[in-house]
Design a protein around this ligand. Structure first.
Ligand SMILES: [Zn+2]
Ligand SMILES: [Zn+2]
Length: 444
């Protein structure tokens, strides 16, 4: 995958790539450098489909498909998970290329449709086992749980991705490197991920015979459920056949309640990414004996001494259907403020990816820090954390400094003055709140 590859997808290709409906002859490349960054090019399609879901949900159900605070947190996680790719090739590709260059057994032709279809199956099979292990091995679950932490189920949930998951997923794809060229693998790795976007919705019910073969919204809703019948079911990426073959399939029946069995109740992006790592750390040291400590890491998240490998299903809290999702109680005005700041950050994020090659490493690093700071601050505001005002004042100051020293450019020079005024007002507003808060205890 090469962000600099200039093969922009057409609108027709863009729509089709979201559903894995690409043809081998339009997506086969000889070298890795020629492979487009399809995931990057998918951003307008992510946004368009999310808006379409919003409109259809209003028409069909008279309500939005989810909540703003939850959706912002999901998109935050998606942004965080993509930031490392600004600095280096993903570990999923680096390890694959290493194995291909040193240990390949045969070379399948990169331009054969057979190679293309075999890779489609191989990547999807690798994904099934990666995903299953990500639920059954505690240290892998520490990464993957991020994706399950949303208590809503809509297209934004698909973007709630883990920063850490790629550090284990590469293992499951590496056998393919013995015979499939990296350029073919890089195409399917992206399409497999993109396919999984549209299945995160409640507005599509049942797709008839397609439900037999494909992973569908209905099957994946079960996967996101915390009802007992949903736990450790439907690990498929694109083809549901793997679950049917390996005994992990479950059809949707009673109403699904979404999220983790023990909700994390926060919108703060670092907690969304890291809370289970913290939990493992404390459990690891609190559990006596070497083998037990080993089991804390490599057995299921529900395991503890004396229990079966995947824990006891009766310990999973029963759902009543009356669960109230965690939500922010901030005012409408503060929500609008959060959306405006989020949208501005998103524009800088997109611009940073687009200009990546022209930016110095220092500018790149400072911009990434600013993006992380913005996501954290918005999380603090939504969570109504005691230090939210202080952090937001600091963030606005950082923005002005980055503009002043040329590390951030407010889109066009004519906007510079408007941005300076806007952020100065923000600093004054949050600064006053910070002083009040520091003087009188936690901010409400
Ligand atoms: Zn999962
Ligand atoms: Zn999902």
């Amino acid at each position: 995958m090469n962000p600099e590859a200039q093969q922009d997808v057409s609108v027709s290709q863009g729509v089709r790539m979201m559903f894995y409906m690409m043809k081998p002859n339009e997506t086969s490349f000889q070298t890795l450098e020629e492979v487009p960054d399809y995931v990057k090019q998918a951003t307008p399609f992510f946004i368009s489909l999310m808006l379409l879901e919003l409109v259809v949900s209003w028409i069909l159900k008279g309500k939005a498909p989810g909540r703003l605070d939850d959706a912002l947190t999901s998109i935050s996680a998606g942004i965080l998970s993509r930031l490392p790719s600004l600095f280096s090739r993903s570990i999923e590709l680096t390890t694959y290329i290493y194995i291909w260059e040193n240990y390949r057994l045969i070379i399948l032709p990169w331009d054969s449709p057979w190679t293309w279809y075999l890779t489609f199956l191989g990547v999807d099979f690798g994904y099934y086992w990666f995903h299953r292990m990500a639920h059954e091995v505690n240290i892998m679950w520490a990464g993957h749980q991020t994706h399950h932490s949303s208590e809503d189920y809509n297209l934004s949930t698909a973007l709630r991705q883990s920063v850490f998951q790629i550090y284990t997923s590469w293992i499951f794809y590496s056998p393919l490197a013995l015979f499939i060229p990296p350029s073919v693998y890089a195409v399917h790795l992206q399409f497999n991920l993109l396919y999984q976007f549209w299945i995160h919705t409640e507005i599509i019910n049942n797709l008839g015979p397609l439900e037999l073969i494909l992973n569908t919204p209905s099957h994946h809703r079960v996967h996101h459920g915390r009802n007992r019948y949903c736990i450790d079911k439907n690990y498929a990426g694109v083809l549901i056949i793997w679950d049917r073959i390996f005994g992990t399939f479950e059809a949707e029946n009673e109403k699904v309640v979404y999220g983790l069995t023990h909700p994390i109740n926060t919108f703060e992006p670092f907690m969304v990414q890291c809370h289970h790592l913290v939990y493992i750390w404390t459990t690891f040291w609190a559990t006596p004996g070497f083998f037990n400590k080993f089991s804390v890491l490599f057995k299921g998240p529900g395991w503890s001494p004396g229990k079966p490998r995947l824990g006891l299903s009766e310990e999973i809290p029963e759902v009543t259907g009356k669960e109230v999702p965690f939500s922010s109680s901030v005012s409408h005005l503060l929500r609008i403020y959060a959306v405006v700041q989020f949208a501005l950050m998103l524009a800088f994020y997109e611009e940073t990816f687009a200009d990546k090659a022209a930016l110095s490493q220092v500018t790149l690093l400072l911009r990434v820090c600013f993006i992380i700071l913005t996501l954290t601050s918005i999380g603090f505001l939504l969570d109504q954390r005691p230090k939210a005002a202080v952090l937001e004042t600091f963030r606005c100051l950082v923005f002005l400094m980055l503009c002043r020293f040329g590390h951030l450019k407010p889109f066009t020079p004519s906007l510079s003055f408007a941005f300076e005024i806007f952020y100065s007002i923000c600093i004054a507003f949050w600064g006053v709140r910070s002083i009040k808060q520091l003087a009188s205890g936690p901010w409400k």
